[in-house]
Design a protein around this ligand. Structure first.
Ligand code: S3P
Length: 170
C-alpha cells in the first residue's frame, strides 16, 4: 500500500517547496506541520516561540505530526526539529517513508538568507555560526532516522522532485 512521503531536514533544505511540487506531481495531498500549527493557533511560528515558548510549540508540533500521519496518504513537510522527538519519528514511520533533504551549511545559508526572521531558532547575532552549531547537533539524527537521503546541493526543487519520483519512494 502507498505510504506517506515525509520530508525531513534542516531549516532551508527545501522541504516545503519540494513537498508542494512533489504532491502536485504525484497527485497526493500535501501538509506542512508548521502551517498546520499556524492554522490551529492563528499565530505565526515565531509568535508562538515568542509568546508561549518552544515547549508549547513542540507540543503543538507533536499534535500536528499525529494528525498528519493518520488518514489519507500524503506528502508531509516537517518542521526541521520535528524528528528530534522520537515519538514523532515513530508516528511518522508507521505509514511513511522519511526522506532527508540533505544540504551543506553553505547552501542552507544561501537558501535561508531571506527567511531568517521567521525562524526563531536562528535569530542570533551570528546566524551563520548558529546554523553551523545546530546542524552539527542534528545531522546524525537526520541521517539515522531517514529511510532515504537526497543530497540537494546544486539541485533545483524541480530536480529534487525528479529524484524522488525516479527513486520510486513511497
Ligand atoms: C524549526 C524549524 C522550523 C519551525 C520552527 C523550528 C527547527 O521549520 O518548525 O522554527 O527546530 O528546526 P522549517 O524547517 O520549515 O523552517
Amino acid at each position: 500500500m502507498a505510504k506517506n512521503i515525509v520530508l525531513i531536514g534542516f531549516m532551508g533544505s527545501g522541504k516545503s517547496t519540494v513537498g508542494r511540487r512533489l504532491a502536485r506531481r504525484i497527485g497526493y495531498g500535501y501538509v506542512d506541520t508548521d502551517q498546520m500549527i499556524e492554522a490551529k493557533v492563528g499565530k505565526k511560528v515565531a509568535e508562538i516561540f515568542d509568546g508561549e515558548g518552544e515547549a508549547v510549540f513542540r507540543a503543538l508540533e507533536r499534535q500536528a505530526v499525529e494528525k498528519a500521519s493518520s488518514g489519507k496518504v500524503r506528502v508531509i513537510a516537517c518542521g526541521g526539529g520535528a524528528v528530534l522527538d522520537p515519538e514523532n519519528v515513530k508516528m511518522l514511520k508507521q505509514n511513511g517513508v522519511l526522506i532527508y533533504l540533505k544540504a551543506s551549511q553553505k547552501s542552507l545559508m544561501e537558501r535561508l538568507e531571506r527567511g531568517l526572521a521567521r525562524r526563531p531558532l536562528l535569530r542570533a547575532e551570528n546566524a551563520e555560526e548558529r546554523v553551523k552549531e545546530l546542524l552539527e547537533e542534528r545531522v546524525k539524527t537526520y541521517e539515522s532516522v531517514a529511510d532515504d537521503i537526497i543530497d540537494t546541493d546544486g539541485l533545483s526543487p524541480a530536480r529534487v522532485v525528479d529524484e524522488i519520483v525516479a527513486r520510486k519512494i513511497g
